[in-house]
Design a protein around this ligand. Structure first.
Ligand SMILES: C[S@@+](CC[C@H](N)C(=O)[O-])C[C@H]1O[C@@H](n2cnc3c(N)ncnc32)[C@H](O)[C@@H]1O
Ligand SMILES: [Zn+2]
Ligand SMILES: [Zn+2]
Ligand SMILES: [Zn+2]
Length: 444
């Protein structure tokens, strides 16, 4: 099955990209031919060339031209290195050490930027895979031979997040800051303010009933409870309790439940509900990074439900949780999955875009996984909140440093029956990849 039938010719993908960033005027946008293996329209300059050595066809930027013996050689036959250089929208070129002439040559893309492409130099004898009379026309060349701006290797490797560039409207759709903001540039009070501003809306719309929202009810909580087990008589802390639905559930099941949250609005709400329901819950307004109300080794169990993703200083939070836990205490916490749950640098592709069928969403793309930091997200609330993306390794290291060992990891999913009853309520295709992760940790 093919998604679409290509037109005979269209403007070349590479020509368009170059024209958009070339400083000197007049870069020609040539016509391109479509091939299924490349999936974009490409002109002769930007198509494939045959290597004189191995006889195979290669992408134009995987070959160099040696003017001495007038040969095109590919990167499979002569392995290149990266040369950091800013040119057009690129940050490096491929550099080849030539065995024939002893000189260094660059790939055909960078050569074209320099004005040193063999066709720009009047060598029309390259063998192209494009069947046309004069496939190299029109020729464009800069006024003089030039080089890209020199940069460091680290900078050269900072290739922009391609996934985010792919769909500009993603920013509008989910209000994402394009790249993760380094965490030292974010103020703790800003994260607190962002939650206080949203608490009422969260109470009113997100957690519509006392059992928590859809994801909690059908995905997270069943898995969470399978780890929590029998909690009768235990003193349990719900760290980052939000509207307190879980604190109340803990109390209903016989625990001495305590909830902590740094949003005054949430704690006032929880206290009000407790006054009405009398379940025996206690609520405190505090950051889970500094819980001065609690002496050390107070709790048998700490639960924290989808909170760490919102906590700026998660490393201190883990340490503080370890402090208030008894020596043989357990720490059970769920979170947005560091890989599959991320929004910054990730995108779900749906073809066609307006389809409401699960199978139309066929691909998840993630880029720049190592870019940890903060992002302002407003995918469900009107005002954005700060969220933080981190790698699994960072979480695992922080747990170890706080004195925890991970005893179990769950990647929860809804049952087939739940999906059948609510086919479009699982926004994340929860039956195909996990959106959440749950850790059971033991204090060492
Ligand atoms: C996604 S909500 C989850 C709330 C609740 N656990 C639930 O499952 O509904 C995240 C919560 O973490 C709280 N939070 C974020 N950073 C915090 C911090 N440093 N100290 C205490 N609470 C924090 C927010 O106020 C918010 O209530
Ligand atoms: Zn082109
Ligand atoms: Zn070759
Ligand atoms: Zn050479």
């Amino acid at each position: 099955m093919r998604f679409f039938e290509p037109a005979d010719s269209q403007p070349c993908y590479y020509c368009k990209r170059i024209e958009a960033v070339e400083q000197e005027k007049g870069y020609p946008i040539r016509e391109g031919i479509f091939t299924y293996e490349n999936y974009v329209y490409r002109c002769a300059w930007h198509s494939r060339f045959t290597c004189s050595k191995c006889g195979k066809q290669h992408h134009f930027s995987w070959l160099y031209w040696c003017p001495k013996n007038r040969e095109l050689i590919c990167g499979d036959c002569n392995k290149p290195t990266m040369r950091p250089a800013v040119f057009w929208d690129r940050t490096y070129a491929y550099e080849f050490h030539c065995e024939n002439c002893g000189e260094h040559h660059f790939d055909l893309l960078y050569s074209e930027f320099q004005g040193a492409h063999p066709w720009q130099l009047g060598n029309r004898d390259l063998i192209s895979n494009v069947d046309s009379q004069e496939p190299w026309l029109p020729i464009w060349s800069p006024n003089k031979l030039r080089n890209g701006k020199e940069i460091g290797l680290t900078e050269a490797l900072k290739i922009p997040n391609r996934v985010m560039l792919l769909r500009e409207d993603l920013k509008r759709a989910i209000g994402v800051i394009q790249y993760a903001v380094p965490k030292d540039e974010i103020d703790f009070s800003e994260t607190q303010k962002s939650w206080e501003q949203n608490s009422q809306e969260y109470i009113d719309f997100v957690q519509i009933d006392m059992a928590g929202d859809f994801n909690r009810k059908f995905i997270i909580d069943p898995a969470l409870w399978s780890l929590l087990g029998d909690i009768r008589g235990l003193s349990v802390l719900d760290a980052g309790c939000g509207n307190g639905y879980l604190t109340r559930a803990l109390a209903t099941k016989g625990a001495n439940a305590v909830g902590v949250d740094f949003s005054k609005v949430f704690i006032e709400y929880c206290t009000k509900i407790e006054a009405e329901m009398n379940l025996g819950c206690k609520f405190y307004e505090a950051s889970i990074t500094e819980m001065n109300d609690f002496e050390s080794k107070l709790f048998d169990l700490v639960v924290s439900n989808v909170v760490m993703v919102d906590v700026l200083d998660y490393r201190t939070a883990f340490k503080e949780i370890a402090r208030v836990l008894k020596d043989d205490g357990k720490f059970i916490w769920s979170n947005v999955h560091p890989v599959f749950g991320r929004t910054a640098g990730a995108i779900d592709i749906r073809l066609p875009r307006d389809s409401q069928r699960n199978e139309a969403r066929y691909l998840k793309m993630i880029d720049r996984y190592y870019d940890s930091g903060g992002e302002l997200i407003s995918n469900w609330m009107s005002k954005p909140t700060w969220q933080f993306i981190r790698t699994l390794e960072e979480y695992s290291k922080a747990l170890k440093d706080a004195g925890f060992v991970i005893s179990e990891i769950l990647e929860p999913r809804p049952t087939p029956e739940v999906i059948q009853q609510n086919p479009r309520d699982f926004a994340f295709d929860a039956d195909r990849w996990t959106h959440f992760i749950i850790f059971e940790c033991l204090k060492r």
